[in-house]
Design a protein around this ligand. Structure first.
Ligand SMILES: *Cc1c(COP(=O)(O)O)cnc(C)c1O
Length: 520
C-alpha cells in the first residue's frame, strides 16, 4: 500500500500508484511500510540479479502475479550486456557499481527496462482500457531510457520533452533518432527545470485530463517520481553489498558507504530506502555539481532554488528542483503529510524552505559536497592515469566529492560509487580530461555517412550535426586510447536517421502534446 506525502487520503495499491505517477494532491507516493530485507538469506545463496531483484521487489508489488513479475525482471536483465547486470568493479580505493550496461548506457535503464512491463501489469490488474500516455521530462538520460523501455508497447504512448541545448550530442542523438510508432520527442527552449515544470503543469491540468478522458487516454509519468522508477533502484545497492560480503570487503558491522552523483534525488533516495529496509549503509554521500542546491541543503537545512542555473559537463545533474527530495522531507517530518505539504508549498510559492534541527537530525547519515568541472575533470584524469579506468563526468563528481569527504583514505568501510553513465556517452568531456583533443589527427577523417544525407535540411540542424559527428569521432578515438570497445549503442548513432526535430517554447508544451495525440 502507498500513501501520499501531502495528505492523509486512503492508501492506494501499487498498480494505482504506478498508473497515477503523482498523487492527486500533488504529493508523491511512498510505501506505507518498508518491507525488511532478509540479509542472511540474501547472503547465503548465490542469487542472480534477477532472483535478487525478485526477492527485494516482490513485497512492494504484492498484487502482481509472481510469475509475471519474475518474467518481467528476466526480460529486463536480458537487456544488459553484463550477466551481472550491475557489476562491481574495484579501481583504486573505490568500488564502482557499474550501472551503465543497459541499452542507453546510463543507470536509468535499471528501472526503465522494467517499467514498461510494470505499467502493463498495473493496467491489466486495474482493468484499464484507456491508452496510457507516458509524459517524460528529461535532463538527458531518462528520455532515451524511457523510449527504449516503452518502445512499441501495446496500449502505451510516450512523449519526451528535453532541454534542446542542455544535453550532450550523444544524448540528443539517442533521442531524436528513436524509432518507434508510439513515441514522440520534443525539444524545449529552456532548461530541464522548465521541462519538468511544464510536465508537472500538464499533470495538474484538469481541462487537459478531461479532454484526454473523452478520447480514452490517460496520462502517466516515467519520471523518477513514479514508484516504478524508484523501487527497482533499491536492488543494485543490495547487489553491491552482497558482492562486498562475498569478497570479504565489508567494514565493521558489515557496513559500506555509498557515493551517488545526484540530480533529481531518485538514485540516492533508493539507497536510503535500502537502508530503511535493513541494508547496512553507514553514510550516503550526496554529490552535487555546480548546481549545488542539494549539498547546500544538507549543510544548512535550508533548500533554496533561487540561484543562478549552470549548464555543466554533468547535464543529468543540472537541476535546481529535485523532485524526490520531497520523499526525504516526508521522512524528516516524521511522515507528517501536513508538514510536508507546508514545506513544499513554501518551495513553490517562495522558492525556499527550511527544516528544524530535529527534522535535520533524521538524515544525519547523509554527507554531501559539490565539485565543479575542474575538480571532476581532475578526478577523471587521476583515475585514468592511476588505473586506466575511465569514468563519466557524473561519476567523476561523486569521486571528487567522496575523496574530499573521506580524505582520500581507503578507510575501514568500503566506498561504493554509483557509476551512473558510460564515459562514452560524454566523449567530449572525458577526452578533454585525459588530454585527448579533437584536433589530434589519428584516425582518418570520417567519410560522409548515411546520416549526412538523411538529416533535415535546416542550416542550424546541419551545424549541430557537424558538432555531433565530431563528438562521435572523439568517442571512437577515446575507446581506442583506452583500449576498450566503443559500445554498440554509441557506434550505431552515426548512421541512424534523425526522426524528431521539433523544438518548442515551454508555454507551448500543452498545445504540442494535444497535437501529437491527434495522430493515430
Ligand atoms: C539521472 C542521472 C543522474 C542523477 O540521478 P538522480 O536520480 O536524478 O539523482 C546522475 N548521473 C547520470 C548519468 C544520470 O543519468
Amino acid at each position: 500500500m502507498y500513501i501520499s506525502t501531502r495528505s492523509e487520503t486512503a492508501p492506494v495499491s501499487a498498480a494505482q500508484a504506478i498508473l497515477a505517477g503523482l498523487a492527486p494532491d500533488g504529493g508523491l507516493y511512498v510505501p506505507r511500510r518498508m518491507p525488511a530485507l532478509d540479509l542472511d538469506a540474501l547472503r547465503a545463496t548465490r542469487l542472480s540479479y534477477t532472483d535478487l531483484a525478485f526477492r527485494v521487489l516482490s513485497p512492494f508489488f504484492p498484487e502482481f502475479d509472481g510469475r509475471q513479475l519474475a518474467a518481467a525482471l528476466e526480460t529486463s536483465s536480458a537487456r544488459f550486456d553484463s550477466p551481472e547486470v550491475a557489476p562491481l568493479a574495484r579501481h583504486g580505493s573505490y568500488h564502482f557499481l557499474e550501472l551503465f550496461h543497459g541499452p542507453t548506457l546510463a543507470f536509468k535503464d535499471l528501472a526503465l527496462t522494467l517499467m514498461g512491463a510494470l505499467t502493463g501489469l498495473a493496467r491489466d490488474r486495474l482493468g484499464v482500457r484507456d491508452e496510457i500516455v507516458i509524459l517524460v521530462a528529461t535532463s538527458g538520460d531518462t528520455g532515451k531510457a524511457a523510449l527504449a523501455g516503452f518502445s512499441d508497447m501495446p496500449g502505451i504512448r510516450i512523449v519526451v520533452f528535453y532541454p534542446a541545448r542542455g544535453v550532450s550530442a550523444v544524448q540528443r542523438l539517442q533521442m531524436v533518432s528513436h524509432e518507434a510508432g508510439n513515441a514522440a520527442v520534443v525539444g524545449i527552449e529552456g532548461s530541464f527545470d522548465d521541462a519538468q515544470r511544464g510536465v508537472k503543469a500538464l499533470f495538474a491540468d484538469a481541462e487537459l485530463a478531461g479532454s484526454l478522458e473523452r478520447r480514452a487516454l490517460r496520462l502517466s509519468s516515467a519520471n523518477s517520481i513514479n514508484i516504478a522508477r524508484l523501487l527497482p533502484q533499491i536492488v543494485y545497492y543490495v547487489k553491491a553489498w552482497r558482492d562486498l560480503a562475498d569478497s570479504g570487503k565489508l567494514g565493521p558491522n558489515g557496513e559500506m558507504d555509498v557515493a551517488v552523483p545526484t540530480g533529481n534525488f531518485g538514485n540516492i533516495l533508493a539507497a536510503s530506502y535500502a537502508k530503511a529496509m535493513g541494508l547496512p549503509i553507514r553514510n550516503l554521500i550526496c554529490a552535487s555539481n555546480r548546481n549545488h542546491v542539494l549539498s547546500d541543503f544538507f549543510e544548512t537545512g535550508r533548500y533554496d532554488r533561487r540561484r543562478e542555473f549552470y549548464t555543466t559537463s554533468s547535464p543529468s545533474m543540472d537541476i535546481l528542483v529535485s523532485s524526490n527530495l520531497e520523499r526525504l522531507v516526508f521522512e524528516a517530518a516524521g511522515r507528517d503529510p501536513a508538514r510536508t505539504a507546508q514545506l513544499m508549498g513554501r518551495l513553490a510559492a517562495e522558492g525556499s524552505f527550511s527544516l528544524s534541527e530535529a527534522e535535520r537530525a533524521v538524515f544525519a547519515d547523509f554527507r554531501s559536497g559539490w565539485a565543479d568541472e575542474t575538480a571532476a575533470a581532475a578526478a577523471i584524469r587521476e583515475l585514468y592515469d592511476a588505473s586506466g579506468y575511465l569514468i563519466d563526468p557524473h561519476t567523476a563528481v561523486a569521486v571528487a566529492v567522496a575523496d574530499r569527504l573521506r580524505g582520500g583514505s581507503d578507510g575501514e568501510v568500503p566506498l561504493v560509487v554509483a557509476a551512473t553513465a558510460s564515459p562514452f556517452k560524454f566523449p567530449a568531456t572525458v577526452a578533454a580530461a585525459i588530454g585527448l583533443t579533437a584536433a589530434e589527427p589519428t584516425a582518418p577523417a570520417a567519410a560522409p555517412t548515411a546520416a549526412s544525407t538523411t538529416r533535415p535540411a535546416t542550416p542550424s540542424v546541419q551545424d549541430e550535426d557537424a558538432a555531433t559527428l565530431a563528438e562521435l569521432d572523439l568517442a571512437e578515438r577515446l575507446a581506442e586510447r583506452a583500449g576498450l570497445e566503443l559500445p554498440q549503442a554509441v557506434r550505431e548513432l552515426r548512421d541512424r536517421p534523425r526522426r524528431h526535430d521539433r523544438v518548442v517554447a515551454p508555454e507551448d508544451m500543452k498545445s504540442t502534446l494535444l497535437e501529437l495525440l491527434e495522430r493515430p
